[in-house]
Design a protein around this ligand. Structure first.
Ligand code: IVH
Length: 671
């Protein structure tokens, strides 16, 4: 079919709009339209492209869903080598670097561009006439792997450049990474699906980047920052690194906000200190900062040594990995009853913090890493995360090293331990009758990101549980100064402070409260999603599995955990007592939003081929409108949507007298 100019322009216009909204959402962090409006524009483009398949182009946003899986990656010869950076671990090495730069350039003071050293995987992106055409990993620096299809799914990366002047050819280098919150959410999802948990955001990013099936990458929340241009044709390019970054920004390629320009050694060291302090509150992981001479001519004068530029330096944060010996492997019982093997270590300093324990995650992990008591192991500590054992030095293994065995009974309460078929954790079976689970639940409830009861630490909770003063979280609100003052290491003043902190914690938010309840598989992010979706605790308690599954990212496993939690009388009783004690929060609209959605409570069955959308998209659309899609027709089905060549489901619908919609009427109903 011949495509008219009008249709072509329409498609171009829609694509431009989508790119701009993606940019506003992912890069500027300030969306200007609602998700619904964005979806509508997207659908319009998708339907235009399905009507005129010749319109489909690799730079169309509809192509971000992933391509057919590959069997191997093609090799890519880099147009110029992808280099590494020289590292500095202390101030002397930085002073030495600055001295070399001043002497090499014959200057009293050098201006440096400074930026975070992101912890992810290096990538090269190639644009021809403004259209994204290739992405390659670093590989050995000369030859990388072609991950174009994977990168196409990363929404923060433009498929088409925007700006007044578009270079004929542009090669951008930068770091693919995963933001901390996205990483936590991904792991929550992996747990809920019973899939592999990633040890840290860097592994998650690097692993997602190297998926042979780009449809998997499309599900992973990857992010990107550019840190340089290695080639630019058809444009006069700026004379400084800082100018290059500004050019990228103009073209809508994401660059890091925390970059800066500084003068001399003191400028470098001040930036390092500033970023060390900011590190924990930034949304992404970094493992140091990078210093680069800002002036590109000066960069050229300094040149390169071996595989790294002489004009740049990575100033790393203290090493976060160290070697030590495993004294013993014990088992800890967490608040959900999960038994976590923990390596008890000879104390060792990792990145300036003394580490004595490291998590071994679960039984399979201990066996996979083959960690035994007596082994010499490497221990890694990343940010706020619990230290973990990353490897064993087998050559140092003593003959007496003992292999780990998961106990058959809970080491705390003696109840039998079970491990369900598709779960990675072995669990104690006695629920809140197990003091360890009770203690875990209370520690979690009082923790900073939950109810934030300042001063309610682990040692104190131990005493409260052991003396049976506190049995459930609600008992915390019955504590008084005389009771607290009897405890060890609790003077009247601290008892007073604690009571004040308990009182203060009563005023909270719905999402904190949901998180504090410690519902299995409901982490901080899911708690926030639930709070916004339902607006009130009662609406959440009342929600059945179907309604819960309407919440963004809540699947059957999480939904099941939530209903199981609220069906347990002891939990409901705790909540009533907490509310009676005065725990409160501001509630949003008390009805769940789904009750006002057009297809709320309606069940659909899809059959045959739809012309304008795939069945997956149709399912998404129905769910977004509050409905549900099931696989077979029954009396409970509200509508059957029949496309071309429908199957036996259509016959069954007719027999049962269930309304059948063709594609057009289905679209009308949706909108
Ligand atoms: S510049 C000429 N800047 O660190 C070398 N690299 O250790 C180009 N990295 O492979 C690198 N953040 O993937 C540069 N702001 C930053 C960076 C950065 C992270 C990575 C990069 C490189 C590795 C070198």
């Amino acid at each position: 079919m011949k495509i008219s100019k009008k249709i072509l322009e329409k498609a171009q216009h829609l694509r431009q709009q989508i790119e701009q909204h993606n940019y506003n959402y992912y890069v500027r962090d300030t969306p200007t339209v609602s998700d619904a409006v964005f979806d509508q524009i997207f659908r319009e483009l998708a339907s235009l492209e399905s009507q005129y398949p010749e319109l489909i182009a690799p730079d169309s946003p509809t192509q971000r869903v992933g391509a057919p899986a590959l069997s191997t990656f093609q090799e890519v010869q880099h147009r110029s080598p992808m280099l590494s950076l020289n590292n500095a671990f202390d101030e002397e090495a930085v002073a030495e670097f600055d001295r070399r730069m001043r002497e090499g350039l014959g200057l009293d003071q050098v201006t440096y561009a400074v930026e975070p050293k992101l912890d992810g995987a290096a990538i090269s992106l190639l644009y021809e006439d403004g259209v994204f055409i290739q992405a390659a990993t670093r590989g050995d620096g000369t030859t990388g792997e072609d991950v174009t299809e994977n990168i196409r799914t990363v929404r923060i990366i433009p498929l088409k450049l925007t700006g007044e002047e578009i270079p004929a050819l542009l090669e951008v280098r930068g770091e693919i990474h995963m933001r901390k919150a996205d990483f936590i959410r991904l792991n929550e999802k992996q747990i809920a699906k019973g899939e592999k948990v990633f040890a840290n955001a860097r592994n998650a990013a690097a692993g997602s980047l190297r998926q042979l099936d780009s449809k998997i990458t499309a599900q992973r929340p990857l992010s990107f920052f550019a840190y340089g241009i290695s080639e630019c044709q058809g444009l006069t390019t700026p004379e400084t690194h800082d100018g290059m970054m500004a050019l990228l920004k103009k073209l809508h390629i994401p660059v890091c906000l925390e970059r800066d320009l500084v003068c001399g050694l003191s400028g470098l060291l001040d930036y390092y200190k500033k970023m060390s302090l900011a590190r924990s509150s930034l949304p992404y992981d970094m493992d140091g900062v990078v210093y680069k001479i800002n002036d590109l001519k000066q960069q050229a004068i300094m040149g390169f040594v071996a595989r790294a530029p002489r004009f740049a330096l990575a100033h790393k944060f203290p090493a976060e990995e160290a070697l030590t010996r495993v004294e013993n492997i014990t088992v800890q019982v967490g608040r959900t009853g999960a038994l976590t093997p923990v390596a008890r270590l000879e104390p060792v300093s990792v990145g300036g913090v003394t580490v004595t324990n490291a998590t071994l995650h679960n039984e399979d992990e201990v066996l996979r890493k083959d960690v035994r008591s007596g082994d010499t192991v490497s221990v890694r500590r990343a940010g706020d995360v619990i230290p973990e054992v990353t490897g064993v030095l087998l050559e140092n293994r003593p003959a007496s090293a003992k292999a780990f065995k998961m106990p058959k009974n809970c080491p705390v309460c003696g109840a039998p331990v079970i491990r369900l078929e598709n779960e990675s954790a072995a669990r104690c079976t006695s629920g809140l009758y197990c003091p360890a689970q009770r203690k875990g639940a209370i520690i979690h409830f009082a923790s900073r990101r939950a109810m934030n009861i300042d001063g309610m630490g682990e040692k104190l909770i131990d005493q409260l549980i052991n003396k049976e003063i506190v049995k459930t979280v609600a008992d915390l609100y019955t504590l008084d100064i005389p009771t607290l003052s009897q405890l060890e290491r609790m003077a009247e003043k601290s008892a007073h402070n604690l009571i004040n902190a308990i009182e203060k914690s009563k005023k909270t938010t719905l999402s904190r409260f949901i998180y504090a309840l410690g519902i299995r598989n409901v982490g901080e992010v899911t708690a926030k999603d639930l709070a916004t979706h339902f607006g009130s605790l009662d609406a959440l308690i009342k929600a059945d599995v179907t309604r819960l599954e309407n919440v963004f990212e809540v699947g059957p496993v999480v939904a099941q955990s939530i209903t199981a939690f609220f069906n347990e009388p002891r939990n409901r009783d705790s909540i009533t007592r907490l509310r009676q004690a005065g725990v409160s929060w501001e509630e949003g609209p008390s009805l769940s939003t789904i009750e006002t959605l057009p297809l709320s409570g309606k069940t659909f069955v899809l059959t045959g081929t739809l012309e304008r959308m795939s069945r997956d998209i149709a399912k998404d659309e129905i769910e977004k409108a509050g409905g549900k899609v099931t696989g077979s027709v029954s009396k409970k089905t509200d509508y059957v949507v029949a496309g071309a060549a429908p199957g036996s489901k259509l016959e069954k619908a007719t027999t049962l007298g269930i309304p059948v919609l063709d594609e057009q009427s289905f679209l009308e109903l949706l909108h």
